[in-house]
Design a protein around this ligand. Structure first.
Ligand SMILES: NC(=O)c1ccc[n+]([C@@H]2O[C@H](COP(=O)([O-])OP(=O)(O)OC[C@H]3O[C@@H](n4cnc5c(N)ncnc54)[C@H](OP(=O)(O)O)[C@@H]3O)[C@@H](O)[C@H]2O)c1
Length: 300
């Protein structure tokens, strides 16, 4: 079976590729740049110009769509917000159009999504896949992303994985959170009470594999571990696993807002997201359901 991954060069894509190759899948990437990657054929695309390298879609059975401009990489200006949306939506439209032209129907189109669907800060509310979407920027972006995925006609089924905070030592939120702790100057952010719905990168990639292989999976699933944790607990657990002290008071919210502007919601806000559909409808067992074991594995 052939799996084409968009944005396969990123954090999740690299890890997922190793897993898929180990399971005997053939993997190719659609990337903005031509790169040499062992055991992976890299095709180039230019999303703005609507161009996809010839043969990229030939014999493809599944597409995993991970491409998108980094949510927390830059301050959210109006231009950056549009880039964040376009870089997720335009590839879906482009792929669907090319598959239509070549009369190719995929077995499944599996797309990343995000728990930002519910809004950047939903306080103490317990959220599952039946909860309403929020109405801030993250929620708006994610809603459009999922709608485009649902409207993808050239696949027998579509899946959106509403991804929580992916824990990996190789990138994403954890190294940013752990760096000050390693330097002995770590502390919880803002009130420290905000919920963090996280998932170990191994479980995240196993969920992508499940979404590819399990024909019953369709629609949105919260891709999070069973137990969300408050920011202060996350910070303390990282410090404990790294055997570093925590002695500073919390970093005040106003300082974070001053530094990051609207983007501050990604660290000061949070969501308590439940893995309802994964736990009730999918035969999936987490390798790392608890935070301490997840962190011990990552820092082993
Ligand atoms: N990691 C998390 O904690 C997390 C949480 C929630 C949701 N997600 C979502 O899951 C997906 C994968 O996450 P990730 O952490 O692996 O992301 P990542 O490391 O940022 O990688 C995303 C990939 O997208 C491509 N890309 C970057 N900017 C782009 C642009 N302007 N236009 C088109 N493509 C662009 C790049 O691939 P090329 O350079 O090869 O084109 C990049 O390697 C993303 O959509 C992300 O929003 C991740």
């Amino acid at each position: 079976m052939n799996i084409l991954i968009t944005g396969g060069t990123g954090l999740v894509g690299k890890h997922l590729t190793k897993l898929l190759l180990s399971k005997g899948y053939k993997v190719s990437f659609l990337s903005r740049k031509k790169e040499q990657i062992p055991n992976v054929k890299v095709y180039q695309w230019n999303i703005e110009k609507g161009q996809i390298e010839a043969d990229a879609l030939t014999n493809v059975d599944y597409i995993v769509h991970l491409a998108g401009a980094g949510i927390a990489d830059k301050r959210w200006t109006d231009k950056r917000k549009q880039e964040i949306i376009d870089s997720r939506i335009k590839p879906i439209q482009l792929l669907n159009k090319h598959l239509q032209t070549h009369k190719i129907k995929l077995k499944a189109f599996v797309s990343a999504s995000a728990i930002g669907f519910y809004g950047g800060d939903t306080g103490e509310t317990r959220l599952d896949e039946n909860s309403n979407a929020g109405n801030d920027f993250l929620a708006t972006c994610t809603k459009i992303w999922e709608t485009e995925t649902k409207n993808f006609t050239q696949a027998e089924r579509t899946v959106s994985l509403r991804t929580g905070i992916v824990l990996s030592e190789a990138g994403g939120a954890l190294p940013k959170l752990a760096q000050p702790i390693k330097l002995g100057v770590g502390s919880p952010l803002g009130s420290g009470k905000q919920w963090m719905s996280w998932i170990h990168i191994d479980d995240m990639c196993q969920l992508y594999l499940q979404a590819i292989e399990d024909k019953k999976m369709h629609g949105p699933y919260n891709a999070v571990a069973p137990e969300p944790i408050r920011n202060e607990e996350m910070t303390k657990t990282v410090a404990e696993v790294l055997k570093r002290p925590l002695w500073l008071p919390n970093i005040p919210s106003f300082a974070i807002k001053l530094l990051f502007g609207e983007l501050a919601i990604t660290v000061l806000g949070g969501n308590y997201v439940k893995n309802k559909r994964v736990s009730e409808e999918v035969s999936f067992s987490y390798e790392f359901p608890r935070l301490k074991e997840a962190l011990e594995n990552l820092y082993a």
